[in-house]
Design a protein around this ligand. Structure first.
Ligand code: NAD
Ligand code: UDX
Length: 460
């Protein structure tokens, strides 16, 4: 089949890979190429073991790769050959200079803009898929129009709302697709091109349009609202632990109010992942930049409560285990920032592990998909750490189990069998409230959930 259009995506990461695989899957007459400066990543996309674990991804990559989906390293040529370019490079928090630890580090997308300008031999539509501070498109346009050449670059904003672990179903059936454009003739024409692609599989009513700045800002705000719900319920979990209220019961009662809704009300050890913290900090930085001090500090507290929740969890472990962890073996079940992903970026497990190692605990870390990333995250940190995939083997000989990721696997463990192999008194700290606490208590464990009374066999 002859390709109608060529699409390029710059950045073959957690967003670029799955989102382009979905377009290739749904639009067989489009030829999609994904490029990256990281050549190992491109090799992995072309291999049997994809660089990221995402349920359902293997299947669609197998169907499309080599047909109309290609992972390549020749960025220069690909820019020349493609008419529509998605930019999906990372935009982490800046670690240096002005705005360090808060502003988005825009060096990757700026390099991309310069590359597009340098290698283009025709006019193009450039689509921001990365999450960017509001008004970034303006800077991109300034760079792209700086050569005053004969080519036109129309910049669109099309933020990605998929979540890891559910990326494929989110991409296949999104709540909405947002496209921001200039309201000019050429802006609207470019927007129509992009709508044409998405309307192959997404209902027209779900494809919404706006001006570019609203689109850029909506992405930051959506993440801020989601994270705010997690911090809100986590803040109340601290109060529950002081008052014998049960956070699951409170969340159920509150979430049944249809104005509030029941999603994103699961208390735990705090949110992780590459997006929430970075995007809120970015929002805080923008507010400060525009002189909105009160607004900035409102959102900054969402991040502060998240840090507090992780500190509280470690303090509860230390208090529960008689004030010392030195020489004690602690089994960590789950290192990924959430279930169904191998991603450990900003995972609460990193902070918790570091704190436990600082207390001279020995860690045995288990996770079905994230052990390689866990080892990289903890490399160079002083202390004894082992990585064992099998949870039964990992728990054997330990003083405590910590559940840090909500993998289904951990709900169905044989805790009686595990208890027998552990040092007594044995402890469970369930950082995700996913196991049957009463049952584990009856087996003999001292059980410490989040936001619920602890179940302890000690009389004092
Ligand atoms: P990622 O780090 O997994 O991937 C980014 C890729 O871009 C890397 O492989 C990197 O090598 C590549 N890259 C950087 N500069 C390049 C250049 N000049 N040329 C070619 N390749 C280059 O990041 P990600 O998780 O895919 O996130 C990408 C963007 O999407 C971020 O802005 C993020 O906030 C946003 N986002 C992420 C998610 C998510 O779930 N991960 C969801 C929605 C939006
Ligand atoms: C998030 C947004 O959901 C997604 O729309 C955006 O595109 C990227 O950022 P992601 O970070 O992949 O997605 O996962 P998400 O499901 O939002 O979870 C983020 C963190 O919050 C995880 O650590 C998760 O465990 C935690 N969380 C989520 C809770 O602790 N409680 C909840 O009720 C929900």
């Amino acid at each position: 089949m002859k390709s109608k259009k060529n699409i390029l995506c710059i950045g073959a990461g957690y967003v670029g890979g799955p989102s382009m695989a979905m377009i290739a899957y749904k639009c067989p007459d489009y030829r999609i190429t994904v490029v990256d400066i990281n050549s190992d990543r491109i090799d992995a996309w072309n291999s049997e073991e994809l660089p990221i674990y995402e349920p359902g991804l293997d299947k669609i990559v197998k169907k499309t790769r080599g047909r109309n989906l290609f992972f390549k390293k020749d960025i220069e040529n690909q820019i020349k050959e493609n008419d529509i370019i998605f930019v999906s490079v990372h935009t982490p928090t800046k670690t240096y200079g002005a705005g360090a630890d808060m502003a988005a580090d825009l060096q990757y997308w700026e390099k991309t803009a310069r590359q597009i300008l340098k290698y283009s031999r025709s006019s193009k539509i450039v689509i921001e898929k990365s999450t960017l501070p509001v008004k970034t498109a303006l800077a991109m346009e300034k760079i792209l129009s700086s050569a005053k050449g004969k080519f036109r670059f129309e910049v669109l904003s099309n933020p990605e709302f998929m979540a890891e672990g559910t990326a494929i179903s989110d991409l296949e059936n999104p709540d909405r697709v947002l496209i921001g454009s200039h309201q000019t003739k050429s802006g609207l024409k470019a927007r129509a091109e992009l709508i044409k692609i998405y309307s192959r599989w997404i209902l027209k009513e779900k494809i919404i349009t706006s001006n570019i700045w609203s689109s850029e800002l909506s992405k930051l705000v959506a993440n801020a609202f989601l994270a705010q719900r997690v911090s809100s319920i986590n803040s109340i979990s601290a109060l529950c632990e002081k008052t014998d209220a049960d956070i699951s019961e409170v969340a159920e009662a509150v979430g049944m109010d249809s104005r509030i809704g029941n999603k994103f009300l699961k208390a735990g050890i705090g949110f992780g992942g590459s997006c929430f913290k970075k995007d809120i900090l970015n929002l805080v930085y923008l507010c400060r930049y525009y002189g909105l001090k009160e607004v900035a500090s409102y959102w900054e507290n969402v991040v502060k409560i998240n840090e507090y929740q992780q500190e509280r969890f470690v303090a509860n472990i230390l208090n529960g285990m008689f004030g010392t962890l030195a020489g004690k073996k602690i089994c960590i079940l789950g290192f990924a920032f959430k279930a169904d992903t191998g991603d450990t970026r900003e995972s609460p497990a990193i902070y918790i592990s570091q704190k436990l190692l600082a207390e001279h605990a020995e860690l045995i870390i288990s996770d079905p998909k994230a052990l390689k990333n866990a080892a990289a995250d903890l490399s160079g940190i002083k202390g004894k750490v082992k990585y064992i995939e099998d949870p039964y083997e990992a728990a054997s000989g330990c003083h405590a189990l910590l559940i840090l990721t909500d993998w289904d696997l951990y709900m169905n463990l044989d805790f009686r069998k595990i208890y027998k192999t552990m040092v007594k008194p044995a402890f469970i700290f369930d950082g995700r409230n996913i196991i049957d606490h009463k049952k584990c208590f009856s087996i003999g464990f001292n059980v410490y959930p989040i936001g619920k009374p602890a179940l302890s066999h000690f009389k004092i």
